[in-house]
Design a protein around this ligand. Structure first.
Ligand SMILES: Nc1ncnc2c1ncn2[C@@H]1O[C@H](COP(=O)(O)OP(=O)(O)OP(=O)(O)O)[C@@H](O)[C@H]1O
Ligand SMILES: CC(C)(CO)[C@@H](O)C(=O)[O-]
Ligand code: BAL
Length: 274
């Protein structure tokens, strides 16, 4: 496995990869969700590049850029075990040699709602770095988790609208046995908060249980779970559907939830039969 930290090192390593190349963009602090992306990439391509970059551009001024978990040695070992050919792990100055870029990708209206409403500028930062990473790694396919569903939807939209010619593959959310969606930010939770955080997946399950009764019933069922869970404060719960306003993607309805447990903000989502 080659570890490239500069554009030159990456370009050289990329030159030696033949056949179908997949990229898995990450911010490190790898867990089983990332491993699932790496395995999917491995089985769908001849070579896998993993990028590891905690992108300052997508963090708000009061967010957790400084404290975001960094587990470099462990990440390298996991990537190696999963058959990654090249890791691209640039320093901030390598990615943004002229400082924060003045030109950024505009995510459009979908970038201003849900995560974009709570985290202004977040999707400008995500799409800008993803575009740069796609240019630098020149993959045939790029793999993203459904856990960050709005992000996945916007990456697909960027690739479509800007003719990037990369296959975007969505990978189902990996969960703990009790339902909690794996997330690097779960490490911020105390043991008690870890239990409280189950409100997100329990709310999705409650909504699924009233599936067939419509979006309002599903939202109400999810809301009730939060009302009964002190310590979990709901940011939003929405059902996306072509007939119900913002529809991140054509296809079956989906419930998207964001909530705060203590100071940790968590998201989750699941398909919903209405
Ligand atoms: N539980 C999961 N199942 C599948 N994919 C996941 C999961 N968690 C994260 N991913 C995907 O891994 C990729 C890299 O995500 P990232 O490194 O930000 O991890 P994360 O756990 O989402 O971190 P954070 O807690 O900061 O949101 C993204 O495409 C993301 O959707
Ligand atoms: C796609 C991504 C690597 C861009 O920084 C990040 O948003 C993430 O890890 O989901
Ligand atoms: N996991 C998506 C990136 C972020 O929350 O910053």
């Amino acid at each position: 496995m080659i570890v490239a930290t500069t554009r030159e090192e990456l370009a050289k390593a990329r030159q030696d990869l033949s056949g179908r190349v997949a990229v898995v963009p990450t911010m490190g602090a790898l867990h089983a969700g990332h491993v699932s992306l790496l395995k999917a990439a491995r089985s769908g391509a001849d070579h896998v590049i993993m990028t590891l970059f905690v992108n300052p551009l997508q963090f708000g001024p009061n967010e957790d850029l400084a404290t975001y978990p960094r587990t470099w040695a462990r990440d390298l070992a996991i990537a190696e075990a999963e058959g990654v050919d090249v890791i691209f792990a640039p320093a901030e100055a390598e990615m943004y040699p002229n400082g924060a870029p003045a030109v950024r990708i505009d995510p459009g209206p979908l970038g201003g709602i849900l995560e974009g409403a709570s985290r202004p500028g977040f999707f400008h930062g995500v799409l800008t770095v993803v575009l740069k990473l796609l240019h630098l790694t020149r993959p045939d396919a790029a793999f993203f988790g459904e856990k960050d569903y709005q992000q996945l939807t916007l990456v697909r939209a960027m690739v479509r609208d800007l003719d990037l010619g990369v296959d975007i593959v969505g990978v189902p959310t990996v969960r703990e046995p009790d339902g909690l969606a794996l997330s690097s930010r779960n490490t911020y939770l105390s043991a008690e908060q870890r239990v409280t955080a189950l409100a997100l997946s329990r709310a999705l399950a409650a909504a699924a249980a009233v599936g067939g009764q419509g979006a309002a019933a599903a939202r109400a069922a999810a809301g009730e779970v939060f009302e009964g869970t002190p310590g979990a404060s709901l940011d939003y719960v929405v059902v996306t559907d072509p007939d119900l306003g913002p529809a991140p993607e054509q296809g079956p309805a989906r419930m998207l939830i964001a909530a705060r447990v203590g100071t940790t903000r968590l998201i989750d989502n699941a398909a919903l039969r209405l």
